[in-house]
Design a protein around this ligand. Structure first.
Ligand SMILES: [Zn+2]
Length: 108
């Protein structure tokens, strides 16, 4: 077996249908008043969920059932809304705040 073939083997706990669903689902993120973000699936009829930074852990917290139930069992769990908001924040940061000069100063 070649190296290439080995790397092509996928390790996943999801069925192909679940993977398709996860890829095709797009989540729209908007800033919320007075703080945090609202995330909602473009396709779904579900209402948006409110996300905010938890002051103690400094991590994002989501109001969806998935986050509330799985998050309690697995600290650091990220639901799809948390992932979407992290991407949103990352893009905003790169576009508006990222400063290579400052990064170099911190590294030095
Ligand atoms: Zn969520």
């Amino acid at each position: 077996m070649t190296m290439k073939k080995k790397m092509a083997v996928k390790v996943s706990n999801f069925t192909p249908a679940e993977e398709r669903a996860a890829r095709s689902e797009r989540i729209e993120v908007n800033e919320a008043e007075p703080y945090g973000w609202i995330a909602r699936s473009e396709s779904a009829t579900e209402q948006g969920y409110h996300l905010f930074r938890e002051p103690r852990t400094k991590r994002l917290s989501c109001t969806c059932a998935d986050f509330v139930f799985r998050g309690n069992a697995e600290p650091g769990y990220e639901c799809k809304h948390v992932s979407a908001v992290l991407k949103y924040i990352g893009r905003r940061y790169l576009a508006e705040e990222y400063d290579p000069q400052r990064q170099r100063a911190q590294a030095a």
